[in-house]
Design a protein around this ligand. Sequence first.
Ligand SMILES: Nc1ncnc2c1ncn2[C@@H]1O[C@H](COP(=O)(O)OP(=O)(O)OP(=O)(O)O)[C@@H](O)[C@H]1O
Ligand SMILES: [Mg+2]
Length: 553
Amino acid sequence: MSSFPTQAGGVPILFLKEGSNRSRGKDAQHNNITAAKVVAESVRSSLGPKGMDKMLVDSFGDVTITSDGRTILDEMDIQHPAGKMLVEVAKTQDNEAGDGTTSAVIIAGELLNKAEELTNKNIHPTIIIDGYRMAAEKALETLEKIAIPVDLKSSDYLKKAATTSMGSKIVSEYKEFLADIVVKAMLEVAEKKDGTYKVDIDDVKVEKKTGESLKDTSLINGIVLDKEIVHSGMPKRIEKVKIALLDASLEIEKTELDAKINIESPDQIEAFLQQEETMLKDMTDKILASGANVVVCQKGIDDMAQHFLSRKGIIAIRRAKKSDMEKLAKATGGKIVSSLNDISAADLGYAALVEERRIGDDKMTFIEGCKNPKAVTILIRAGSQRMTAEAERSIHDALCVVRDLIQEPKIVAGGSAPEMEMANALRKFAETMPGREQLAVKVFAEALESIAVTLAENAGVDPINIISELRSRHEKGETWAGIEVITGKVQDMSKADIFEPLSVKKQIIKSANEAASMILKIDDVIASGKTKGPPTPPGGGMGGMGGYPGMGE
Ligand SMILES: Nc1ncnc2c1ncn2[C@@H]1O[C@H](COP(=O)(O)OP(=O)(O)OP(=O)(O)O)[C@@H](O)[C@H]1O
Ligand SMILES: [Mg+2]
């Protein structure tokens, strides 16, 4: 490789392991930017309600159909290190705001694309990074300025934002119906403290069961467990329930040691079995003594123990998930007990009703009317497993959007109106700047406009006409002029009821700028060669970078 230093005699000094790859300076930047652009390109066509969906097949042949930016990138199993950084953008965006992942990745890709044009004109990356930072600050300031405060007393805007978020998903046909459920669920679990609201989306449990259709999705006031009652002799329904939550098994523990027992007479076998039965009986007696009439156990329940419990008319559920146990503890006010010796009446939780119901081909257990009413479950129904999975992702996005709005009650209209408004402000801001950073601020504005371009492209209308119309209308002061993709026309988006939380938009700018700057700062990529040893699993490690086109071979 030419970039390695050589001694006077022309003998290269090797300071990297054989097989290592190194690319530096413009080469390294070009490779990274190209990889990031390819990643951004791959999600472009799925932006907005007219965006297309992707079918992703993993190494086991499992198929996912989605239009969710984060899911697409996660499933694509990207290996190029710079490409991976864009996947990180989607993850950050998803964790912080829950929606806007596709937008963040598209803008990050475009920021890098434009930066490359500037570096080709010999503008140093640090100047671009500085310019981008100033532009991002200005853009955020503009967003704050145009955002509309909403009053949470009416849930109108919450519903509009949830509907917008689901409008760009496969479930959009039922967006209004699902948005209603999402908003109701979130308002149910929101807590008001000193004038501000606090919500945790984990308080909304989401369960899915294939069968029926999306419009049979329902909101249940309580917790639904994807479990059936263990024994057919147990009641299917109990009211005024006292629940014991156990993190201990109702089985005879097998010893770690291999022990042999020599039995010499039938009496001894009898005594041995009797002993086991007594131990199990003891365990169930302890539960009975606490006053519980429902037992939810995180571990197993022996057949004999099931029998004892059923004889006493107690409902038992086994192998509940840890996360469900925690939710149950919170909802019913019970304590998770890890040793049967400790269980007492004070540990029990309370619910008005426990009932097993048949849902599709399966049975699920409903725990309703809990002591703490801030526990709800959304039970998703849809015709196929792929649809329930996509519905779950879309509902997750919508729950996040509603949470964002409850925590920071400010909205902006969508359809690229805020991006165009920011771009407009940035162009004016650039005029006031003396140095070369002004060029970076100008291209930042163009990168923001890529959202309008992409929405137009996906709607099948000419982006050039749209952009010029949008620019001139924003120049004239029409803050909410955007492209309505259903009609394909420019219009006031606040009148089209397309609203998004301010915090999602802010996070898009932050995540995109951070990733672009981080990639721009890199001028040296050193990748160690493949180690001889166990082969890297597919998708694991970056040892195989030599295999990627453009990785400095
Ligand atoms: N009817 C509409 N007309 C125009 N634009 C719309 C409309 N509905 C939604 N949008 C816009 O579509 C964009 C959102 O698209 P989408 O949900 O596919 O991507 P995302 O939110 O960036 O990422 P993801 O949802 O995958 O996390 C936003 O800019 C939003 O304003
Ligand atoms: Mg979205």
